[in-house]
Design a binder for this molecule. Structure first.
Ligand SMILES: N[C@@H](CCC(=O)N[C@@H](CS)C(=O)NCC(=O)O)C(=O)O
Length: 215
C-alpha cells in the first residue's frame, strides 16, 4: 500500500481528507499522530515541519503531501475513483475551490480559534480574537445559508471536495454555536451530510475521542 495518512481521529481537518478517502474506498495506512507525545510529535515534524495534520505520504511516488485541499487534489489525480470530487469542468472546479476556501478559511479556521481559546491557560486567553472569530463564523453561516438554498450538496447534485470541507467545519461550529434555529437550510444540509456513509464512518470512528473535545 503506497499511501500513509498521518492524522488524528478527532482532528476536524483530518475528517475532510478521510471523507474523500472513504468516498472512493482509497486504500491507505492510517498513522495516528499524538502531538502530546514527544516521540510521536518529533517523528511527525520530520515528515512535515509545520506540524499540522493531515499529511499524506505516497511511498510509490516519494511525495509528501500536506494541506487538505492539496491532498484531495492529489488523490483525484493519482488515485481516481468512482466519485469525482474535483469537477472536470474548469469553471465548475474554480467555483468549487472558492467554496472550499471559504469553508476552510472563514468557517473552519475561526471555529478552531474559538475551540483553541478554551484550552489556553488562564491569563493567555484572547477574548478579542474569539469575538472576531465568532463574527466571521456568523458572516460565513449567513453566506452558506444563501448559497446552499435548495441544493443537495455545495455544487448541486454532485458531491465534491467542498462537501468534504463543509462537514467538519459545520459539525464543530454547530457544537459551539448551534445554528438549527437561525440557519435551517444549513442545518438540514449538515444532517444530509451526516447520512452519507463516508461521513457516518468518520463520525463513528471519532466517537471514542469526542470526550477530549473542549466543548
Ligand atoms: N490548512 C491546513 C489546516 C490543518 C490543521 O489546522 N490541522 C490541525 C488539526 S485539525 C492541526 O494540525 N493542529 C495542530 C497544531 O496546530 O498544533 C489544512 O487544510 O490541512
Amino acid at each position: 500500500m503506497s499511501l500513509t495518512l498521518y492524522y488524528h481521529p478527532l482532528s476536524s481537518f483530518c475528517w475532510k481528507v478521510l471523507i474523500a478517502l472513504y468516498e472512493n474506498d482509497t486504500p491507505f495506512s492510517p498513522l495516528v499522530v499524538d502531538l502530546g507525545n514527544a516521540e510521536s510529535r518529533a517523528a511527525f515534524l520530520k515528515v512535515w515541519p509545520i506540524g499540522k495534520f493531515p499529511v499524506v505520504r505516497d511511498a510509490a511516488r516519494d511525495h509528501v503531501v500536506p494541506e487538505t485541499s492539496i491532498i484531495i487534489e492529489y488523490l483525484a489525480q493519482h488515485f481516481p475513483g468512482k466519485m469525482q470530487l474535483i469537477p472536470a469542468d474548469a469553471g465548475l472546479a474554480r467555483q468549487m475551490r472558492m467554496r472550499d476556501r471559504i469553508l476552510d478559511l472563514y468557517l473552519h479556521a475561526p471555529m478552531q480559534k474559538v475551540v483553541g481559546d478554551k484550552i489556553r491557560p488562564a491569563g493567555s486567553k484572547d477574548p478579542f480574537g474569539v469575538t472576531q472569530a465568532q463574527e466571521t463564523i456568523h458572516i460565513s453561516l449567513g453566506m452558506l445559508e444563501q448559497d446552499i438554498g435548495l441544493k443537495t450538496w455545495m455544487m448541486g447534485e454532485a458531491f465534491t471536495m467542498a462537501d468534504c470541507a463543509a462537514l467538519p467545519a459545520l459539525f464543530y461550529v454547530n457544537k459551539l454555536m448551534p445554528f438549527g434555529e437561525t440557519h435551517p437550510k444549513t442545518a438540514a444540509y449538515l444532517e444530509r451530510l451526516k447520512t452519507r456513509p463516508s461521513v457516518a464512518r468518520v463520525l463513528k470512528e471519532a466517537e471514542p475521542y469526542m470526550k477530549m473535545f473542549p466543548g
